[in-house]
Design a protein around this ligand. Structure first.
Ligand SMILES: Cc1ncc(COP(=O)(O)O)c(C=O)c1O
Length: 389
């Protein structure tokens, strides 16, 4: 049996995999097992911020692995402490909790919001308002938080205490913020929901309403964070400062990590014994994350914005493209009615570029380090494929 057949036989079939076995990569390029080259426009779903096999990241991770790979959270380690400091300093938050994925980061945020409210107001004020069309993860609580019915089939009963409000509808969302609400959870750009950006005025008004009612504002920046949109956090575009920020994907540069950052109001809510994770804050992963953050200076982020503008321009000039949503290197492409994004992905892979889909859209999340030349080549191929449908 070859490796694809082995996978189909022995891996639980929860993913509709492309017919592609990837073997190695460098920067924004990856190669399959036969040595065929592809330009990666997906970054492992927004994870490989520095692309594949980045030298600085490799050195940071392997250097730490040679010293100490894992300690548990019973002890201090320098990479964990330094990553927390760097994240807090650069985002204006006060404390960090580390875990292993986006869903876990959101679980932590949900627990912190419930405890904050319980501590200040007692029982009964535990509802988390989330938005329709959102995606927050695959654990039971984060599925419950996810405002898309398609994810809710087969898995009842779900944890209670979530209420869905209509995204980008100010009156509808304000109406959901009743006396039993402890937090509002939102993605600045709904990624899995089709790359739908929340209006900045809407977010600013919600932030003000939440502050007035001491409702915690939780930004799920699992997909939008870590430079993806051309700013360190997606929220910076609207100027909204959340009470809790959740991160994952791009933070580890390819290794699993999640983080919940707590601002002034929420910091200190979770105390010893309230929450934990055996692998959270793993020193090798944190060392890699520090290397990712070191690269994301203002110049690097400005380049992300420029690259995104180029890609958007190329797509908008392409027949069969109706609209391009998103920011920076997080773009959603609405195609002419009747064109299947999944079919476009297949055709693009056959020509040597690897895009993604999200809902009814094509989704592009290239490595942030993609070069101008690679971006031009990828745009030539992808736009040609789209135009040919
Ligand atoms: C906005 C958002 N939140 C949470 C998650 C869940 O992250 P993970 O798959 O790391 O648990 C995702 C994953 O796509 C996401 O896009």
């Amino acid at each position: 049996m070859d490796d694809k057949q082995l996978d189909r036989q022995y891996v639980e079939n929860t993913y509709a995999r492309q017919d592609l076995l990837l073997d190695h990569g460098k920067g924004a390029l990856v190669w399959d097992e036969n040595g065929r080259e592809y330009i990666d426009l997906g970054s492992g779903i927004g994870v490989n911020a520095l692309g594949h096999a980045d030298e600085g990241w490799l050195q940071a991770v392997t250097g730490q692995l040679k010293k100490l790979a894992h300690t548990s959270n019973l002890y201090y380690t320098a990479p964990c402490a330094r990553l927390a400091e760097e994240l807090c300093t650069r985002t204006g938050q006060e404390k960090a909790f580390f875990c292993n994925s986006g869903a876990e980061a959101n679980e932590c945020a949900i627990k912190a919001a419930r405890k904050y409210s319980f501590t200040h107001y007692g029982a009964g004020r535990h509802v988390i308002v989330t938005l329709q069309n959102s995606f927050h993860g695959r654990t039971m609580a984060t599925l419950s938080a996810t405002g898309q019915d398609v994810f809710h089939r087969h898995f009842d009963p779900f944890p209670e205490g979530f209420r869905y409000a209509p995204a980008n509808d100010l009156a509808g969302t304000l109406a959901a913020l009743r006396g039993d609400v402890c937090a509002l959870l939102f993605e600045p750009i709904q990624g899995e929901g089709g790359v739908v950006e929340l209006d900045h005025g809407y977010l600013q008004k919600l932030a003000a309403a939440c502050r007035e009612q001491d409702i915690l504002l939780i930004a799920d920046e699992v997909q939008t964070g870590i430079g993806r949109t051309g700013k360190l956090l997606g929220c910076e575009h609207s100027g909204v400062r959340p009470d809790i920020v959740t991160l994952a994907k791009g933070l580890g540069g390819g290794l699993p990590i999640g983080a919940a950052l707590f601002g002034e109001r929420a910091a200190g809510t979770l105390q010893a014994g309230d929450h934990g994770s055996t692998f959270g804050g793993n020193p090798a992963v944190c060392a890699g994350a520090c290397a990712v953050l070191r690269r994301l200076d203002d110049g690097f982020l400005a380049e992300v914005e420029k690259k995104g503008d180029y890609l958007r321009g190329r797509l908008l000039a392409t027949p069969n493209v109706r609209e391009v949503s998103g920011r920076g290197l997080m773009l959603g492409v609405a195609l002419r009615e009747g064109i299947s994004p999944a079919e476009v992905v297949k055709a693009a892979i056959a020509k040597g570029v690897i895009p993604l889909t999200a809902h009814e859209r094509l989704r592009l999340l290239p490595p942030l380090v993609i070069t101008g030349g690679e971006l031009t080549r990828a745009s030539d191929i992808l736009c040609d494929v789209i135009a040919g449908f």
